[in-house]
Design a protein around this ligand. Structure first.
Ligand SMILES: [Zn+2]
Length: 407
């Protein structure tokens, strides 16, 4: 294409058009800025100076002067929620929803914000209703995740499971706690009077399926829980051999969880007249996977079967390779429980001349706080083992180890 000189005539014209457009933009910006109330800039200033209380007052002023400013309402609402001022957050979002001129997308947004306010305020019924309205909107996924959390906190396992299934239809994301929902359902059926064994079996088979489905991302916690529940169902049906088989499976599936099932397994061996074989199995396991809970079972078993000397020999070795105040405390507790009061002053004790009662009292004072399972997420400490932390509701955050073993 040839360049022709007469095209140059257009150049000044283009410059003129550009200049006019720029002036128009600047004028518009200036007029918009002049239209903004002073409170808006005051609010910004307070925010920059990290004075959120005064910033909020200034923005509330702007919102009153110009009730049409939806974005400012949204910003204020979520600011109130973050600060825990739930009543104010709810009021702001409700007032947005009352506006008839609000476009549909913003209405859904306000509904989503309001549902989150209810959730944070602990008004679960209202939160549930508010999230349920969002099913067909662009907030469906987030609403469904929130609903799962709500059903979970209400211990409404059937609805939690149904919600997870719906989530699977929208997005392919693993929900590791699904196994536990089924297990909770099975446990609930077992706890009924009389136990609903059939329902428990159905729930457990669904839990097994969920474990299989999550094989790659599956956890030892889930497998152990399924085995323990299978053992409980077998126990309810007096199927002792099956109960023992399920508990033994834990030793191979997740050896570090042995402490959770050791006592029950040892009792089963004893009922079958196999107490010696059972104890040696557990003792062997302890050599490879030592833990305090297992130590207790083995120590008590040895004491009953082979007497004080053998039990103390085991305990001494165990405490030498894994020094533990808690272990020593348990040892003294068992020792004291066996002896009549007169002997507890030291006579006949394997520690010559020791006052075992005094010794135990001293140690026990320090071990109280160490004798607990602890949540790795929030630090909540508990005497019993939990699959779901009662403090922060996270799943599988407890290790089968006492606090002292974790330090
Ligand atoms: Zn926790």
């Amino acid at each position: 294409m040839d360049f022709e000189a007469w095209w140059l005539i257009f150049l000044p014209l283009l410059f003129a058009l550009g200049w006019m457009a720029a002036r128009f933009d600047i004028k518009q910006m200036l007029s918009e800025t002049r239209n903004l109330p002073d409170s808006y800039f005051r609010g910004l200033n307070f925010l920059l100076n990290e004075e959120p209380d005064r910033a909020i007052d200034a923005f509330v002023e702007v919102a009153k002067l110009d009730p049409e400013t939806t974005e400012l309402h949204f910003a204020l609402g979520s600011l109130f929620r973050r600060r825990g001022e739930m009543e104010r957050a709810i009021r702001v979002h409700q007032s947005l929803l009352f506006r008839e001129d609000l476009p549909l997308a913003q209405r859904d947004h306000a509904q989503h914000e309001l549902a989150q306010d209810y959730l944070k305020a602990g008004m679960l019924d209202r939160a549930e209703e508010a999230f349920a309205v969002l099913k067909e909107t662009s907030f469906a996924l987030s609403a469904l995740r929130a609903l799962i959390r709500i059903y979970e906190s209400e211990h409404d396992w059937p609805r939690a499971i149904a919600a997870v299934q719906n989530l699977g239809k929208i997005v392919n994301e693993p929900v590791p706690q699904l196994v536990h929902y089924h297990c909770e359902q099975a446990q609930f059926s077992l706890a009924q009077k009389p136990p609903n064994i059939e329902q428990a079996r159905v729930a457990l088979s669904l839990a097994e399926r969920a474990v299989d489905a999550a094989q790659k991302s599956g956890s030892s916690h889930a497998m152990v829980r399924v085995s323990m529940l299978s053992a409980s169902i077998a126990a309810s049906c007096q199927e002792v051999a099956a109960q023992q088989r399920y508990l033994e499976a834990v030793l191979t599936q997740a050896p570090e969880f042995a402490g959770l099932i050791a006592q029950e397994l040892f009792n089963l061996y004893s009922t079958h007249g196999q107490a010696v074989a059972g104890l040696s199995r557990l003792q062997e396991h302890y050599q490879q996977y030592p833990s305090l809970d297992l130590f207790n079972v083995v120590f008590r078993g040895l004491r009953t079967q082979q007497g004080v000397e053998q039990a103390w020999r085991f305990a001494r070795q165990a405490l030498q390779s894994h020094p533990s105040l808690l272990g020593l405390d348990r040892l003294l507790e068992a020792e004291l429980a066996q002896k009549p009061a007169a002997e507890q002053a030291g006579a006949g004790s394997p520690i010559p001349g020791a006052d075992l009662t005094l010794l135990r009292r001293l140690i026990n004072r320090h071990t109280q706080r160490l004798d607990r399972y602890v949540c790795s997420n929030c630090g909540f400490q508990a005497r019993r083992f939990y699959w779901q932390c009662p403090g922060c509701n996270a799943w599988e955050t407890y290790k089968p180890r006492r606090l002292e073993e974790l330090e």
